[in-house]
Design a protein around this ligand. Structure first.
Ligand code: PGA
Length: 254
């Protein structure tokens, strides 16, 4: 088995004007130049994808979008299609982020449609799952994560699962400064890998990458990455500054 390549992605959420996005990505290119053995992606807001994509043409940093609509084109005011994302050079798209589930009515069904559509258009998917504080305290962490996984992967066959990255993001740890302890995160990552084995195969479960997300910082990344089933991070707040994101990417050197 080839080892799983570490994958660190920055989710900029609804932050950065085009000018600010360009400043950030230029600085990142400098700080990460020559980096090997880790895959890096940034997910700017839609409005900055084109400019950031142009800036990344001579870089190994990959371009990701934060969401997509499942139709290719048509009368869907305000939506962005997978065709458009491909056209801008996006390689990845984040699907099912908890903020989409919480504030924008994302359901298992709509997650599944987005995932299917992304693959149909040659995009790779970062599929997010994770429980709320109430669900964790109610002892429902595993059942919630399982439901979101099964729902999100419903239309994902053996060919597509190889292009899927999973992200475990406990909702109570996102943007709150409360990270899951490495052990808490590691436990759910192990559960997710076992579930992938049951849904697909042992081989696929060993290859699939599972990122952790939720208040990841340069200070806690190393301990999180020491967990055998954590293969990378989906970073929100700490990805908005080049210096802290680069330190996270370079965690092995800390
Ligand atoms: P955070 O966000 O790092 O700001 O907690 C993570 C995410 O939502 O992807």
């Amino acid at each position: 088995m080839m080892g799983r390549m570490v994958f660190i992605a920055g989710n900029w959420k609804m932050n950065k004007t085009v000018g600010e996005a360009l400043d950030l990505v230029r600085e990142l290119k400098l700080l990460l130049s020559g980096i090997k053995g880790v895959e890096v992606a940034v997910a700017p807001p839609f409005t900055a994808l084109h400019a950031v994509g142009q800036e990344l043409k001579d870089s190994t940093i990959l371009l990701a979008a934060q969401n997509l609509f499942w139709e290719e084109k048509g009368a869907f005011t305000g939506e962005i299609s997978p065709l458009m994302l491909g056209d801008l050079g996006c390689q990845y798209v984040i699907v099912g982020h908890s903020e989409r589930r919480q504030y924008f009515g994302e359901t298992e069904e709509t997650v599944s449609r987005r995932v299917k559509s992304a693959f149909r258009h040659g995009l790779r998917v970062i599929l997010c799952v994770g429980e709320t504080l109430q669900e964790r305290e109610g002892g429902r962490t595993f059942s919630v994560v399982e439901r979101q996984l099964v729902g999100g992967l419903k239309e994902v066959g053996e060919k597509e699962i190889e292009k899927t990255v999973l992200a475990y993001e406990p909702v109570w740890a996102i943007g709150t400064g409360k990270t899951a302890s490495p052990e808490q995160a590691g436990e759910v990552h192990r559960f997710i890998r076992q579930k992938v084995e049951r849904l697909y195969s042992k081989g696929i479960s060993e290859e699939i990458r599972i990122q952790y997300g939720g208040s990841v910082t340069p200070e806690n990344i190393k301990a999180l990455m020491a967990q055998p089933d954590i293969d990378g991070a989906l970073v929100g707040g700490a990805s908005l500054k080049a210096e802290s994101f680069a330190r996270i990417v370079r965690f092995k050197e800390i």
